[in-house]
Every structure is written in C-alpha cells, then in structure tokens.
Design a protein around this ligand. Structure first.
Ligand code: MN3
Length: 243
C-alpha cells in the first residue's frame, strides 16, 4: 500500500518532467536502496526508502508525507522546469556541477536545485530508530575533529538551533579533507559556489519549520535532539568513505 502510494506520487510528480526531457519512464527508479550517490537520474525525486510512518515517533507520518509529497516534490518539479527554461540537458549534466556553478543560474534554479539535492540527501540520512552511533573511520574522524561524539553532537545541534529562519545544518568534508560543521540559509548547500560553508555534505538536517512544526511546533531544539535517534550512520559512513 505504502509503496503503491509512493509510486503513484512519484510518477505524478516526476512524469511530466521526464516526458518533457524525453526521458523514458521505464528507466526511472522504482525503489531506493541505500545508495551513496543519489538516484539513477538525480534530477528526479527518488522513492522514499521507508514508509511515511517508519520514523515515528521522532518524525510523525503526516509530516513525512507532506514533506515528501508536497515540499520535496515541488523542488524536484521546479528544478525540472528551471532546467528546461535555462537549457540544462539533465541527461548529460550532474546536479553537483550545477550546484558548483549555481551563481550562473537564476534564483529559481538555486532554490530548487538546492532544495532537491538537500532533500534527496536528507531522506537517506535517516532510518528507523536504531540508537546507532558512527563506527570505524568516521567515528575516528569525528573524535579527532571535534574531541568526542558528544561534542560533535552539541556543535551540530547548535548549528541547527542557531540557523535563523529556514535552512540546514551540515557535516561536510572540506577541500583539506577535514570534517566541518556549519549551516546554510534557505535551500543553499555547501556545494554551491555562493555558499560561505564549502565542502561535500555527508550529513544534513532540515531545520525548516515544515520539517517539524506539526509535532514540535516552535521547539526546534526538541526536534533536533530527537532526530539523533533516526540518523542513518551506516549511510553517512559510506558517504564519508566514498569522498
Ligand atoms: Mn524540507
């Protein structure tokens, strides 16, 4: 049932963009596995890798459904529209390359390319509650960079709490291969040439009110503190080791 709904929403939201670009629907992904990069066609919204209620009680099902099928879907659709208007050939382009050169494009491209990339990463950064912690090379790098896992969590939580208005908190690997914590406004991200925080994001947290308001209202710190319980550290470790 859940998969059927996802599939229907997915097709409704991406079919138009796919047809407009001549991309065959038959090659669209039907189910996301834990991938380190993004979808086979990264300009399209990938199916959510878990049910809407899978992250309860941390993320309630209604928030997840609205977030995925309305907010994130519209970033994907608007990204497709911007690519058509600005003559970006999505079959021969990389989302990352667009982000690296985002200053050359319109605000619509910046907002929606960022919004799409950020949400595709965000879904993968979460998994049903496991209470897991980072292990292996990532755990060692976190200890080395921030002193301890708890110190890292405090610094990352503060980045999310202190981002005024809407935006994202990030853990990135910068050009010197160092782990850095920071935040960006709106749908900006650390891959953008316009961003003060620069690097490859390996963990992202959406702190827009639409991500938490139904359950947490104005209490963003409560949302962030709870969110640690659904971080998919296995995915973050794979991204860390792939960069
Ligand atoms: Mn969002």
């Amino acid at each position: 049932m859940q998969n059927k709904q996802n599939r229907r929403a997915f097709l409704a939201n991406t079919g138009k963009a796919a047809l407009a670009t001549g991309l065959s629907l038959t090659i669209l992904p039907t189910m996301a596995n834990a991938f380190v990069g993004f979808a086979p066609n990264p300009f399209l919204q990938n199916t959510l890798p878990y049910a809407y209620n899978a992250l309860e009680p941390i993320i309630d099902a209604m928030t997840m459904e609205i977030h995925f099928t309305k907010h994130a879907a519209s970033y994907a659709k608007n990204l497709g529209d911007a690519c058509i208007a600005e003559k970006v050939d999505i079959n021969n382009s990389k989302v990352e390359d667009l982000l690296h050169n985002i200053s050359k494009y319109s605000p619509k491209m910046r907002n929606n390319c960022g919004g799409h990339y950020n949400h595709e990463l965000f879904w993968q950064c979460m998994a049903p509650a496991s209470g897991a912690k980072p292990e292996g090379k990532l755990a060692a790098a976190i200890d080395q960079s921030f002193g301890s896992f708890d110190a890292f969590k405090t610094q990352f939580t503060d980045a999310g709490k202190n981002r005024f208005g809407s935006g994202w908190a990030w853990l990135v690997i910068n050009a010197d291969k160092k782990l850095v914590i920071g935040s960006t406004p709106n749908q900006d991200n650390p891959l953008m040439d316009t961003s003060d925080l620069k690097g490859s994001p390996i963990l992202g947290l959406d702190v827009w009110e639409h991500a938490y308001y139904l359950k947490y209202q104005n209490k963003r710190p409560d949302y962030i503190n709870a969110w640690w319980n659904v971080v998919n550290w296995r995915f973050v470790e794979k991204r860390f080791e792939s960069l």
